[in-house]
Design a protein around this ligand. Structure first.
Ligand SMILES: Cc1cc2nc3c(=O)[nH]c(=O)nc-3n(C[C@H](O)[C@H](O)[C@H](O)COP(=O)(O)OP(=O)(O)OC[C@H]3O[C@@H](n4cnc5c(N)ncnc54)[C@H](O)[C@@H]3O)c2cc1C
Ligand SMILES: *[C@@H]1O[C@H](CO)[C@@H](O)[C@H](O)[C@H]1NC(C)=O
Ligand SMILES: *[C@@H]1O[C@H](CO)[C@@H](O)[C@H](O)[C@H]1NC(C)=O
Ligand SMILES: *[C@@H]1O[C@H](CO)[C@@H](O)[C@H](O)[C@H]1NC(C)=O
Ligand SMILES: *[C@@H]1O[C@H](CO)[C@@H](O)[C@H](O)[C@H]1NC(C)=O
Ligand SMILES: *[C@@H]1O[C@H](CO)[C@@H](O)[C@H](O)[C@H]1NC(C)=O
Length: 536
């Protein structure tokens, strides 16, 4: 990738030079921009225009939702695949100077494609080449560049140590840049909180193109980029994290029950148990529609999946005491190392080498399918009648999915204002709703999105209210958006209060101070109020 992009670049500059030689007229804005880039960085900065032969493959490489790779999807005017920090600085300085809308992409998993799609003309700075990770096993810390994936991070930790892990997401191709900036959680959530709770330093390019670390950016901005979404505040180059302790042996199980086997009662019961279990036990539920072997027709299946930070002999008595209804036995459980549990949850054979986690090639469905997702927080258990209504709606769709992720434990100990992510004590679990489809075209898209919106309406009485909260990393433009990223305070509050609750105002203050002209923006970014930026 490196050499070919340099070759292209040379070609591009050659074209530009010959163009300007031919027409000694005022140069195009592209040209000015490119000249600016060459002035502020070195000639190796890789830039792809739609004319470059690899533009399309670079653009598509990190698209993780086919809904945003259609013939009508807006495309970037240029893509800059930064090879070092100075390239990111140059991208900011020159985009600002020439009035270009710059958006940042790390892993490209944004649910609404906001890292590679915009309604106004735009340029992408793609961090996929900034993926170095340095683990200090002695100190129990690591620096990780924003363009790395969480799978790469897990692999690098495991290579250095069997007793360290990190509490981030399940899917290994998710990017550090977006994931950490929005919170980030997985099977270690109840023991150690979010990825963002474990960040101790960061390097960020601000609106002036300067690189700041925790000390030079100050605690307000450092607070904002740990859960407030990096995209409103700058471009995060790397994070320093504290690794967390994991035991040499952990236990996992997957326990499937469909409706005919009493899934509804088990799911209902789980709501009274899951957030109160010991912190070492994470018991989540995936709910899907499957073909029932018993009845030969489609049915809803609840898949109970657990990670226990300990041996099976310790787990069984806990389950017998807290959740005997599940009927878990030794035979249902497997002991393994923590890194094997990462492979297990990601769907790899547990005896694979953790090298598979380094591969950025996404799971097939992330390439071939379109999807739409939404989220909710549950503070009171949903009744069996309520659950049955949800199942009925799931059976109307081809590829629906729900994930119930239990909170409690460490999540309840961290204050709502510690970082911008506010969903702490009082939440039993969050719901992730999704629908995927293979058919192309607007009609299919409308139908499936219509279905998930109906489901979201149906669930209203059962979930959090005032605000009906949502998780930023499960981005949902249905909650509100501004076409050009210039929402007023009251418009942005529509979604801001759902993602951030009482932390929204503090985010607006930080934003107003560090980026008063709203250079860093997207359809759901934090707005500015000029007078708020001046106050301290
Ligand atoms: C298959 C799949 C599985 C997932 N599993 C989980 C999970 O287990 N747990 C969980 O918590 N979430 C999960 N998510 C959601 C995921 O955390 C978010 O989509 C996250 O934002 C993705 O980060 P990214 O770098 O891949 O995304 P991108 O699309 O690159 O970025 C997302 C947003 O962050 C901005 N951004 C990206 N990099 C930077 C940067 N360096 N500086 C500033 N702004 C930046 C982008 O502009 C965009 O607005 C999953 C998503 C998918 C698609
Ligand atoms: C791409 O090619 C078109 C003509 O084919 C030209 O007008 C345009 O300037 C080129 N763009 C860049 C960025 O080179
Ligand atoms: C759990 O193990 C028992 C044997 O002890 C087995 O009969 C049962 O099918 C298993 N259940 C699941 C859901 O895997
Ligand atoms: C269920 O059965 C249908 C029809 O036989 C088939 O098309 C579909 O792929 C099956 N689904 C699953 C999840 O196995
Ligand atoms: C993994 O390897 C171990 C040790 O070689 C073996 O005992 C175990 O059965 C293997 N597990 C699977 C699922 O293949
Ligand atoms: C952004 O969009 C709003 C509403 O569509 C419009 O009023 C405003 O002028 C636009 N601002 C810019 C900078 O394009």
């Amino acid at each position: 990738m490196k050499t070919s992009s340099i070759a292209l670049l040379v070609l591009l500059f050659h074209t530009i030079l010959s163009l300007s030689a031919t027409f000694a007229t005022p140069t195009s804005f592209h040209e000015n921009f490119l000249q600016c880039l060459s002035l502020h960085s070195d000639p190796s900065i890789p830039i792809y225009s739609p004319n470059s032969s690899s533009y399309e493959s670079i653009l598509q490489f990190s698209v993780r939702n086919r809904r945003f790779s259609t013939p009508t999807t807006p495309k970037p005017e240029l893509i800059i695949t930064a090879l070092d920090e100075s390239h990111v600085q140059a991208a900011v300085i020159c985009s600002r100077k020439h009035g270009l809308h710059l958006i940042t992409r790390s892993g490209g998993h944004d649910y609404e494609g906001l890292s590679y799609v915009s309604d106004v003309p735009f340029v992408i700075v793609d961090l996929l080449n900034l993926q170095s990770i340095s683990v200090d096993a002695k100190k129990g810390t690591a620096w990780v560049q924003a363009g790395a994936t969480i799978g790469q991070l897990y692999h690098n930790i495991a290579v250095k140590s069997r007793t360290y892990g990190f509490p981030a997401g399940i899917c290994p191709t998710v990017g550090i840049g977006g994931h950490f900036g929005g919170g980030g959680y997985g099977a270690l959530l109840r023991k150690y909180g979010l990825a963002a709770d474990n960040i101790v330093d960061a390097r960020l390019v601000n609106v002036d193109g300067k690189i700041l670390d925790r000390k030079s950016m100050g605690e307000d901005l450092f607070w904002a980029i740990r859960g407030g979404g990096g995209a409103s505040f700058g471009i995060v180059l790397s994070y320093k994290i504290n690794l967390v302790h994991v035991p040499p042996v952990v236990t996992v199980f997957t326990f499937n029950k469909n409706l005919e086997e009493g899934a509804t009662a088990l799911v209902e019961r789980w709501q009274y148990v899951a957030d109160k279990l010991p912190q070492d036990l994470f018991l989540t539920i995936l709910i899907n529609v499957v073909n029932s072997t018993q009845r030969g027709e489609r049915t809803v299946q609840a898949s109970f999946r657990a990670l226990f930070l300990g041996v099976v002999d310790k787990l069984i008595p806990i389950m017998e005491q807290r959740f005997p209804e599940l009927g878990l036995t030794h035979d249902n459980c497997t002991e393994m190392s923590w890194i094997q549990s990462v492979l297990y949850f990601a769907g790899f054979p547990i005896n694979s080498s953790s090298d598979v986690l380094v591969d950025r090639t996404p799971a097939n469905y992330l390439v071939t399918a379109s999807f739409k997702a939404k989220s909710d927080y549950v503070t009171e258990p949903i009744s069996q009648t309520g659950l049955e209504g949800i199942w009925k709606m799931l059976l109307e769709e081809n590829i629906p999915g729900l994930i119930f992720s239990p909170y409690g434990g460490r999540m309840s100990e961290i204050s709502e204002s510690a970082i911008p992510f506010p969903h702490r004590v009082g939440n039993i679990y969050d719901i992730h709703y999704s629908v995927a489809w293979i058919e192309k075209g607007l009609k299919a898209s409308k139908e499936h999105i219509g279905w998930i919106r109906r489901l979201y309406r149906y669930v209203t009485p059962y979930v959090s209210k005032f605000p009906r909260s949502a998780y930023l990393n499960y981005r949902d433009l249905d909650l509100g958006q501004s076409k050009n990223g210039t929402a007023s305070y009251s418009e942005a509050k529509e979604w801001g209060i759902k993602y951030f609750k009482n932390n929204f105002d503090r985010l607006v203050k930080v934003k107003s101070k560090v980026d008063p002209d709203n250079f860093f923006r997207n359809e759901q970014s934090i707005p500015t109020i000029p007078s708020w930026g001046k106050k301290n």
